[in-house]
Design a protein around this ligand. Structure first.
Ligand SMILES: *[C@@H]1O[C@H](CO)[C@@H](O)[C@H](O)[C@H]1NC(C)=O
Ligand SMILES: *[C@@H]1O[C@H](CO)[C@@H](O)[C@H](O)[C@H]1NC(C)=O
Ligand SMILES: *[C@@H]1O[C@H](CO)[C@@H](O)[C@H](O)[C@H]1NC(C)=O
Ligand SMILES: *[C@@H]1O[C@H](CO)[C@@H](O)[C@H](O)[C@H]1NC(C)=O
Ligand SMILES: *[C@@H]1O[C@H](CO)[C@@H](O)[C@H](O)[C@H]1NC(C)=O
Ligand SMILES: *[C@@H]1O[C@H](CO)[C@@H](O)[C@H](O)[C@H]1NC(C)=O
Ligand SMILES: *[C@@H]1O[C@H](CO)[C@@H](O)[C@H](O)[C@H]1NC(C)=O
Ligand SMILES: *[C@@H]1O[C@H](CO)[C@@H](O)[C@H](O)[C@H]1NC(C)=O
Ligand SMILES: *[C@@H]1O[C@H](CO)[C@@H](O)[C@H](O)[C@H]1NC(C)=O
Ligand SMILES: *[C@@H]1O[C@H](CO)[C@@H](O)[C@H](O)[C@H]1NC(C)=O
Length: 730
C-alpha cells in the first residue's frame, strides 16, 4: 500500500452545498433547499391561452388569436408512453411531458447511494409534511417552423427557462418545442423516488434556471455496419442522447463489412450485402427511427461512406467495386475487407444517381444533412481499376473532385446539406462548397486547418472522443513474429478514453475567434468492431455524457471563466449514471460506492503527486495495477494530450520490466504485411521499374517511419506513412 504520506493529497476547494444535480449542468442556475413533492395529478398546461402563438397556419397572430387560443388553451394530460401522432409542436410537447413524467414516476431511483451510509433519511423529506407542486405551465414563446424538426446547426433555439417556486408553481418557457423538451428533461432530473416507494420529491425548491447550448451540433456516431443494432437498441440510444441534451445521431449505416440498409428500388443491395436477411433496416424501420429522433429533438443523420469503405456492394454490384477483400489488406485499406468505388465509372455514377433518388427523398423530411463519408481512401485501390491503373495523386485528385462534386450536387438537389470526412478537403485537396460540414477526426491540427480554410467543422478528435478505443485488438496474431511484435495486443488508438479525458476536450481550444465560430460542435464516435447491442450501453455511457456536457454547457464555466472541474462533474455524473440505469440504459460505473457516498468529491480526488515514480522500471512496475494511479508520468502526459511523450516513455520505462523477453511493441499495433505474397500494385503499373525503385526506398523509410508512427499521432498528415500498418477505424 502506498501511504498518504508519500502522496501529497491536497485539500481542494469545496463545492457549495447542496450539490446541484442536473446533467449537463445548466448555464445559470439557483436552487434552494426546501422540499416539494410531485403527484401525477399536477396541473399541466401548454401555452395556457395567454400567449399569442400560431400553429403552422397561414394566419397572422393577432387575427387568429381566438383560434390559437382555442387550439392550444388546453390542459395536457399525463399519458404514460404517449408517442406523437404526427410531427407538430403540440404532439411533440405532449410526448415530451409524457416521457418526463414517466422518468419521475416510473423510472426514478432512491438516491441512497449518493449519501453517506445510513444518511438517506436525513436527506429525504418527511412524507407527513408533504407540500405539493401544484402546476407546471409550459409556455412556448415562438413558433416552430418546418426546420425546427430537422435543423441545420444553429437553426433551432434550444434555450429554456425553468422556475419552481417554494409554494409549488413550476414554469417552463422556451422559444421552440425543442427548447421545451430540453427544459422538461431538466425538470425530470430534479426529482427522486422516496424510500417509502410511493412518493416523489425534489429537495431543491426554489429553483431558477436559464439554460442554452454552447454548441449547436452535439452528437454521437454509431457504426451499425461493423456490427448490427436492432431498432430498439438505436431507440434506446436516442433516448439516452436526449437525456444528455445531445441532438444528433449520426448513423454510419454502411461499410465494407455489411450493408444493412434496404433500398426498396434495389432490394438486392441489402439482401446480398447485409450480414443476414434478419439484419436489414427496412423502409419503415428507418422512418420509425427518424420519427423517434424528431420527437426527442435528436436529428438522425445517415452516412453512406464512399468512395472507400464501400466493399459490401461487391456482393450485389461487383462491377462497381475494386479491391474487394484485397490482401494484404494494409496495402488497400485500413481493415478487412477492403473495397472502393471505381472512380471513373459511368456505372458507379448511374448507381449513385439511382441510390440517392431512392434514399434521399426518405431522408429529407427528417434531416438537414446527409454524410457522404470520404475517409481513408487508399490510392492503391485505383491501381486495380482497369479504367485507371494508377495510384498517383495527379491522376486521382481530379477524378475524386468530380466524384465528390457529383455526389454533393445530388445531396443538395434533394434539399440536404452535405457532410464529409476531413480527408476529402485536407488530404486530397478536393474543394467543397462552404455549406458542407466537415467532420474532423485526426486531431486539433485538422480542426485548425479546416476552419482556416473557412470550412464549418464538427470535431470527433480520436484522442478524446473515440469511445471504442483502448479495449484491445480484434485482429488475431499467429504465434511467432506477429505474436511477439504485437504483444500485448493493444488496439491502434488506446488508451481507453476515460470520462475525465473525454471531459477535458474542448473542440474550440486554441482557435482564434473567427475560426472557433466555424466549429459547430462535435460527435463522439462508436465504431463497432468490438461493440454490439450486448455491450453498447456500458461502453458508451456515461463517457458520452462527458462530451455531452462539454457540448451543451461548454468546457469553461461562464461564472469563473475557468475549466469546469472533475470534482464538480463527478458527483453529478455519478447521479446521472444512476438515473440512466433507472431508465433502462446499462451505463458503466463512474466511481465505487464509497466515493459516491463520500461527503464531497475531494475524498476521491488527487490534487498532486510528486516524486514517487520516476523512470526506474522496477519502481514503476511495483504494484501499480492495484493502485488508483498509473505512473504519474504516463497519467500526466496523456492528460495533457501529449501521446507522443506518453508512448515513448511507456516503451522506455514499462516494457522491459514487464516483459524483458519480448521485443518492443509499437503502441499502435497491427501487423505490417509479411513480405509480399500478393501481387504488388507496382506489377500493374505502366511505370513499373521506376515505381519499383521508389518502392525500395519506401520500404527502407518505412522502418524508420514506423518507429515514428507511434510518436506522431497528433500530426498524422506529416506523411502518408501514418496509414501504413495501422488499423484506422472509420
Ligand atoms: C429566459 O430569461 C431571460 C432572462 O430573463 C430572458 O431574456 C429570456 O427571453 C427568457 N427566455 C424565454 C424563452 O423565456
Ligand atoms: C467480388 O465480386 C467479383 C465479381 O462477382 C467476384 O469475382 C469476387 O469473388 C468478389 N470478391 C469476393 C472476395 O467475394
Ligand atoms: C500501396 O501498395 C504498396 C505495395 O505495392 C505499399 O508499399 C504501399 O504502402 C501501399 N500504399 C498504401 C497507402 O497503403
Ligand atoms: C476516365 O474515363 C474517361 C471516359 O472513359 C476516359 O476518357 C479518361 O481517360 C478516364 N480517365 C482516367 C484518369 O482514367
Ligand atoms: C489545392 O487546390 C487548389 C485549387 O483548388 C490549388 O490552388 C492548390 O495549389 C492545391 N494545393 C495543393 C497542395 O495541391
Ligand atoms: C460561404 O461563402 C459565402 C461567400 O463568401 C458567404 O457569404 C457565406 O456566408 C459562406 N457560408 C458559410 C456557411 O460559411
Ligand atoms: C495543417 O496545415 C499545416 C500548414 O499548412 C501543415 O503543415 C499541416 O500538415 C496541416 N495539418 C493537417 C492535419 O492537415
Ligand atoms: C483549460 O484546460 C486546457 C487543457 O485541457 C488548457 O489548455 C486551458 O488553458 C485551460 N483553460 C483555462 C481557462 O484554464
Ligand atoms: C471534503 O473532503 C475533504 C478531504 O477529504 C475534507 O477535508 C473536508 O472536511 C470535506 N468537507 C466536507 C464539507 O465534508
Ligand atoms: C503507389 O504504388 C507504388 C508502387 O506500388 C508504391 O510504391 C507507392 O507507395 C504507392 N503510393 C501510394 C500513395 O500508395
Amino acid at each position: 500500500m502506498i501511504s498518504k504520506s508519500i502522496f501529497s493529497f491536497l485539500l481542494l476547494a469545496l463545492l457549495s452545498s447542496p450539490a446541484f444535480a442536473i446533467w449537463p449542468i445548466p448555464k445559470s442556475y439557483q436552487q434552494g433547499n426546501k422540499p416539494l413533492f410531485i403527484h401525477q395529478n399536477l396541473a399541466l398546461s401548454y401555452n395556457g391561452g395567454n400567449v399569442c402563438w400560431n400553429s403552422f397556419s397561414e394566419h397572422s397572430c393577432p387575427l387568429d388569436e381566438f383560434s390559437t387560443k382555442y387550439e392550444y388553451n388546453e390542459q395536457l394530460v399525463y399519458t404514460y408512453g404517449y408517442s406523437p401522432a404526427s410531427i407538430n409542436s403540440k404532439e411533440i410537447v405532449q410526448a415530451g411531458v409524457s416521457r418526463a413524467l414517466a422518468s419521475i414516476f416510473q423510472t426514478n431511483f432512491v438516491p441512497w447511494r449518493l449519501h453517506g451510509k445510513n444518511e438517506l433519511s436525513s436527506f429525504e423529506p418527511d412524507v407527513n409534511q408533504a407540500k405539493w407542486i401544484k402546476s407546471l405551465a409550459i409556455t412556448q414563446t415562438g413558433e416552430d417552423k418546418p426546420e425546427t424538426f430537422k435543423p441545420l446547426a444553429g437553426q433551432v433555439d434550444e434555450s429554456y427557462n425553468l422556475t419552481l417556486s417554494e409554494d409549488g408553481v413550476a414554469k417552463l418557457s422556451a422559444v421552440t418545442s425543442t427548447g421545451v423538451l430540453r427544459g422538461l428533461e431538466t425538470f425530470s432530473q430534479l426529482f427522486y423516488t422516496h424510500s417509502t416507494g410511493t412518493f416523489y420529491y425534489t429537495p431543491y425548491a426554489p429553483v431558477s434556471i436559464q439554460d442554452s447550448p454552447e454548441y449547436p451540433h452535439r452528437g454521437m456516431l454509431l457504426d451499425v455496419a461493423r456490427n448490427f443494432y436492432p431498432v430498439k437498441d438505436i431507440q434506446r440510444t436516442i433516448d439516452a442522447l436526449s437525456w444528455n441534451k445531445m441532438n444528433r445521431l449520426h448513423v454510419h449505416i454502411t461499410d465494407s463489412q455489411s450493408w444493412p440498409l434496404d433500398l426498396p428500388s434495389m432490394p438486392e443491395v441489402a439482401r446480398e450485402g447485409a450480414y443476414s436477411r434478419s439484419q436489414i433496416y427496412s423502409e419503415s424501420d428507418l422512418k420509425g427511427l427518424q420519427e423517434y429522433g424528431v420527437a426527442r429533438g435528436v436529428e438522425v443523420v445517415l452516412e453512406i461512406d464512399m468512395p472507400g469503405h464501400i466493399g459490401s456492394l461487391n456482393w450485389s454490384h461487383p462491377e462497381l467495386i475494386v479491391a474487394y477483400d484485397a490482401q494484404p489488406y494494409q496495402w488497400w485499406c485500413a481493415e478487412p475487407p477492403c473495397g472502393a468505388f471505381r472512380l471513373n465509372s459511368t456505372a458507379v455514377d448511374r448507381f449513385l444517381e439511382a441510390m440517392f433518388d431512392d434514399l434521399l427523398p426518405r431522408v429529407a423530411p427528417y434531416a438537414a444533412y446527409f454524410h457522404t463519408g470520404g475517409d481513408e481512401l487508399n490510392a492503391n485501390d485505383s491501381m486495380l481499376d482497369p479504367g485507371i491503373r494508377s495510384n498517383k495523386t495527379e491522376v486521382l485528385q481530379p477524378l475524386l473532385q468530380k466524384f465528390v462534386d457529383a455526389q454533393h450536387a445530388r445531396v443538395r438537389k434533394h434539399g440536404l446539406t452535405p457532410m464529409t470526412w476531413e480527408e476529402i478537403p485536407l488530404n486530397w485537396n478536393v474543394s467543397i462548397g462552404n455549406d458542407t460540414v466537415v467532420q474532423a477526426w485526426l486531431g486539433d491540427a485538422s480542426v485548425k486547418n479546416l476552419t482556416a480554410k473557412g470550412l464549418q467543422v464538427i470535431d470527433s478528435n480520436y484522442n478524446y472522443w473515440y469511445l471504442d478505443c483502448g479495449r484491445g485488438q480484434w485482429m488475431v496474431f499467429d504465434n511467432g513474429a506477429s505474436y511477439n511484435t504485437y504483444y500485448p495486443f493493444n488496439d491502434w488508438c488506446g488508451p481507453t478514453k476515460a470520462w475525465q479525458l473525454v471531459y477535458s476536450h474542448d473542440p474550440r481550444a486554441g482557435l482564434a475567434a473567427e475560426q472557433a465560430a466555424r466549429v459547430l460542435g462535435g460527435e463522439v464516435a462508436v465504431w463497432s468492431e468490438t461493440i454490439d447491442p450486448v455491450n453498447l450501453d456500458q461502453v458508451v455511457w456515461p463517457r458520452a455524457s462527458a462530451a455531452g456536457e462539454v457540448l451543451w454547457s461548454g468546457r469553461l464555466d461562464p461564472a469563473t471563466g475557468a475549466n469546469r472541474t472533475q470534482l464538480d462533474a463527478a458527483p453529478r455524473l455519478n447521479e446521472f449514471r444512476e438515473r440512466m440505469v433507472a431508465r433502462g440504459v446499462g451505463a458503466s460505473v463512474v466511481q465505487m460506492t464509497w466515493c459516491m457516498q463520500a461527503a464531497n468529491s475531494s475524498e476521491c480526488a488527487v490534487a498532486a503527486v510528486t516524486g514517487l515514480f520516476d523512470l526506474d522500471g522496477d519502481q514503476v512496475n511495483w504494484g501499480y495495477k492495484h493502485h488508483a494511479l498509473h505512473p504519474p508520468h504516463v497519467a500526466a502526459t496523456v492528460a495533457a494530450g501529449d501521446h507522443r511523450l506518453a508512448r515513448r516513455r511507456r516503451r522506455c520505462a514499462a516494457a522491459p520490466a514487464l516483459r524483458p523477453a519480448l521485443p518492443q511493441p509499437p503502441a499502435s499495433a497491427v501487423p505490417l504485411p509479411a513480405p509480399a505474397p500478393a501481387p504488388a500494385p507496382a506489377a500493374l503499373s505502366p511505370e513499373g521499374e521506376e515505381e519499383e525503385e521508389d518502392d525500395d526506398d519506401d520500404e527502407e523509410d518505412e522502418e524508420d517511419e514506423d518507429e515514428e508512427d507511434d510518436d506522431d499521432v497528433e500530426d498524422p498528415h506529416k506523411d502518408e506513412e501514418f496509414y501504413r500498418g495501422e488499423t484506422l477505424t472509420a
